[in-house]
Ligand binder design. Structure first.
Ligand code: RIB
Ligand code: CA
Length: 314
């Protein structure tokens, strides 16, 4: 029996963020979720923090500490993605107003204080939105970097190229300076780029299985993925919604579901044409030091089986 991993999820809900948070809350054997920190991303911060509370309450966890982090990227104007997630960020089902309170402490302070308080090497950061909160925390308190067990992030793209520009994936594009800090920090990093998340596509069968759970969570997840898939279907012609963010949590539960390479990944922060690109040296053509486990594939059958089994618990 392994001890559950202590994690902090940094998030911009977002329907796929919601499924990731639910998967974490449904997996106490493997995951000890210390707190949820909202960041501006898919929608502005007042909505991402409210959505974070709605999701925790949906899972019956109104005790989960939810914090608001940064409301804008470190150096740039916020770019949002209502065209993908809808105006609320959680479009699809009708959602109740949250009743649980937002924590008063700033999310970046929570990240710093938790990493200083917990034994070194025992807390994993799971950013599934723009990396602003992590970049600010590392910049403000460099001492916490060596205390991080692992950063498991959803972001970037290489063979799959960009989803917000031809070159860049949304989370990295929104705050490339923060991403640059994280990727140069020296912390152990595992990256779930579009290269793998575009292989974690929902299917009509899976959505009907989730609906057949006939639980509040099941109906919400089915409705969210229904709404969320239309963007990718129109753009890529793919059938199904890519469950980007849940890949991070599934990796923590069962890393054997994923394969990747430990390579050098650097972030474009100057060229307007390729801003936010994750320049991944997949073929080792440079002598740049490897700094990230870049995941390229997933056992999608196993991934969706795990997801259904865990969501059924809520
Ligand atoms: O590009 C996909 C990422 O951007 C996901 O994290 C999604 O929630 C959005 O934040
Ligand atoms: Ca997200």
């Amino acid at each position: 029996m392994t001890t559950p991993r202590k994690i902090i999820i940094d998030t911009d809900p977002g329907q796929d963020d919601a499924v990731a948070i639910l998967l974490a809350l449904a997996s106490p054997e493997e995951i000890d979720l210390l707190g949820v920190v909202a960041v501006a991303g898919n929608v502005p911060l007042p909505l991402t923090e409210k959505n974070s509370r709605i999701i925790c309450e949906l899972a019956g966890r109104s005790d989960m500490p939810v914090f608001a982090g940064c409301d804008a990227p470190m150096k740039r104007k916020l770019v949002t993605a209502e065209h993908v997630h809808g105006k609320t960020g959680l479009d699809g089902p009708q959602l109740p107003e949250p009743t649980m309170q937002l924590q008063a402490q700033h999310g970046v302070d929570f990240i710093i204080e938790t990493l200083r308080a917990e034994p070194a090497g025992t807390v994993t950061l799971v950013p599934i939105g723009p990396l602003t909160n992590i970049g600010v925390a590392f910049r403000r308190a460099p001492d916490i970097i060596e205390r991080v067990q692992e950063v498991v992030l959803m972001g970037g793209a290489y063979f799959e190229v960009g989803n917000i520009t031809p070159a860049a994936e949304f989370n990295i594009y929104v705050d490339p300076e923060a991403a640059d800090i994280v990727f140069k920090s020296g912390a152990p990093i595992t990256v779930m780029p579009l290269d793998v998340t575009h292989k974690a596509l929902t299917s009509a069968k899976w959505i009907s299985d989730v609906k057949a759970l006939d639980t509040n969570v099941g109906h919400m997840v089915a409705s969210w993925t229904d709404f969320f898939e239309r963007f990718d279907t129109e753009k890529y012609g793919s059938q199904g919604a890519p469950l980007h963010d849940p890949c991070t949590i599934a990796y923590l539960i069962d890393p054997g579901l994923f394969q990747g390479r430990f390579i050098n990944v650097e972030i474009e922060t100057t060229s307007e044409l390729t801003l936010g690109m994750t320049v991944a040296d997949w073929w080792g053509v440079t002598d740049r030091e490897p700094n990230a486990m870049f995941i390229g594939s997933v056992n999608d059958t196993g991934f969706f089986r795990l997801l259904t089994e865990r969501l059924a618990r809520l």
